[in-house]
Ligand binder design. Sequence first.
Ligand code: GUN
Length: 291
Amino acid sequence: MTEASIIDGKGFAAGLRERVSRVAADFEAKAGRKAGLAVVLVGEDPASQVYVRNKNKQTVACGMNSFEHKLPVETPEADLLALVEKLNADPAVDGILVQLPLPSHMNEQKVIATINPDKDVDGFHVVNVGRLATGLPGFVPCTPLGCVMLLKDKLGSLSGLDAVVIGRSNIVGKPMAQLLLAESCTVTIAHSRTRDLPAVVRRADIVVAAVGRAEMVKGDWIKPGATVIDVGINRLPPAEGETKGKLVGDVDFASASQVAGAITPVPGGVGPMTIAVLLRNTVVAAHRNAG
Ligand code: GUN
C-alpha cells in the first residue's frame, strides 16, 4: 500500500498571506489608507482568545489595520448591536468579524444579521448564504473556502467527482457542500443520523470531515486513492506523562493515510487556512467597497 501524499495547508496558507500582502499594499497605494478588519470578542473563552490574538497578529503582518474590541461577558446584547452598527458606519473598517460562540444571553443570528453583508468577511449573514446558494458574488465562510482552495490545488478540476461532507453546520458543512456543488461535484451531506456512514464515505472521491469527533473516520471507510480533508481539531485526554493531550482531527490519520491518495494533517492542514482566507476576504472587501 502506498502512503497518501500530505496536503501542506500551512505552506499554502503562507503563500496565500503573501498574495494578500501584495493586494493590501496595492489597496493602500490606491486608497491612501490601509484595509481594516474589526474583530469583536465577547467574554473570555480561552480558544476564542487564542484565535483572536492570531487574527490580529496576522492582519497586521499582512499590512492591514486590526481593530480589536473586547467586551466583558455580561455585556448587554443591545451594546454589542450598537458596536456592530458603529463598525458598519466606519469607513476605516472593511471587514467585521464577531467571534463565535457568543454568551448564551445573546442571539447569534440577530447579531450576525446586524452586520452589513458587504463587510461580513465571515460569510455568515443570510444575504451571503443566499448569494452562495444562488451563485452570486458575496463572501464565503473562510474554513470551507480554504478547503476548496486546497482541493483545487491538489486535484485541479473537481468536476464530476463524488464528494461526501460529514457534518451539517452553518459554518462548515452546509457552505462546504454549496462550494463543492458549484465546482460540479456530486455532493452528499452526511451527519449524525446518516445510516451506514462507512458505506456512504466509501463512495467518495473527496471526503470532508467536519463533525468534531476525534478520529471518527477510519481508514477502512476510505476509497483507495480518495482525497481526505480533515476540518476537525480535537484535543485527546492527556496520555501518561503528558500535561496536555495530543491534537487530532476527525479522521484517524494513521489508518486513513494508508488508503487515501492525499490527506490533510492535523495540525498544519486546514487550520492555518481559515485566518489566511479571512485576510483574503478582508482585502477583497476593501477593494469592493472602495471601488
Ligand atoms: N468561531 C470559530 N470559528 C469561527 C469563525 O470562522 N468565525 C467566527 N466569527 N467565529 C468562529
